[in-house]
Ligand binder design. Structure first.
Ligand code: SF4
Ligand code: FES
Length: 257
């Protein structure tokens, strides 16, 4: 396959960026999207040019590091697929692809296709943890967890923190990410002691980072490579409301609903 790439190049966070066009030649349809970028970069290095900077780590859809907007769609055209797991057979020979970084005020561009997603780390640090003593593995297994709660918690825990939801949202909202992080703890008995202070702290940090609010466009869950559902945002809103209007210490002793 031969493709034409229009790639966003930006030297650093302070410089202005621009699109530069490159040819991606002799690409195997079985390569991943990132392997295609590797091939383009090898050619650039051989010519003495600066390779395209892009984020990646696991290359198997679990770390959340990769992320590129491909023809306007975060992670590209294939549903429930990260850019690292996207194969070039999803495109056609001769295609032209526009590659951009996530576009959001809270995710400043560091270089080319790499953005700073430290805002997500700070949201998790604000409340995405359990600080009560939960014992070790046998203790965990001794605590009965309703099947439905366990399943919903696992669904929410599938979030890999990639930020595609923010990139897809016209408001650059991080509500789907925060909802997933709040929910995977909030459904479990071990997550109850801090359930309501957690939601208040994480939402407060989300707002402080400059993310927009949710207006129910649904672009987030449609772009999400882990298919995190919008119903988690509804649950986040319910918990936030409860936490805001009731006594917080009492709320933190609340139930698992
Ligand atoms: S909710 Fe989905 S799109 Fe958003 S950070 Fe998590 S995995 Fe990525
Ligand atoms: S590189 Fe880890 S999810 Fe894509």
């Amino acid at each position: 396959m031969n493709l034409k790439l229009h790639v966003w190049r930006q030297k650093d966070a302070r410089s202005a960026g621009r699109f530069v066009t490159y040819d991606a030649k002799d690409i195997s349809p079985d390569m991943s999207f990132l392997e295609m970028l590797d091939v383009v970069n090898e050619a650039l290095i051989l010519k003495g040019e600066e390779p395209i900077a892009f984020d990646h780590d696991c290359r198997e859809g679990i770390c959340g590091m990769c992320g590129v907007v491909i023809n306007g769609v975060p992670h590209g055209p294939r549903k429930a697929t990260t850019a690292c797991q996207l194969h070039m057979r999803s495109f056609r020979d001769g295609d032209e692809l526009v590659l951009e970084p996530w576009r959001a005020k809270a995710f400043p561009v560091l270089k080319d296709l790499i953005v700073d997603r430290g805002a997500f780390d700070r949201i998790v640090a604000a409340g995405g943890f359990i600080s009560v003593a939960t014992g070790n593995a046998p203790d965990g297994n001794a605590i009965p967890v309703p099947k439905q709660a366990a399943d919903l918690s696992m669904d929410a825990a599938a979030c890999i923190g990639c930020g595609a939801c923010v990139a897809a949202c016209p408001n650059a909202s991080a509500m789907l990410f925060v909802a997933a992080k709040v929910s995977h703890l909030g459904y479990l008995p071990q997550g109850q002691p801090e359930r309501y202070t957690r939601v208040l702290r994480m939402v407060e940090q989300m707002d402080a980072e400059g993310f927009g609010t949710c207006t129910n466009h649904g672009e987030c869950s449609s772009a999400c490579p882990k298919e995190i559902r919008q119903e988690f945002i509804a649950r986040l809103n319910r918990d936030y409301l409860k936490a805001s209007v009731i006594d917080r210490p009492a709320a933190d002793r609340g139930g698992t609903g």
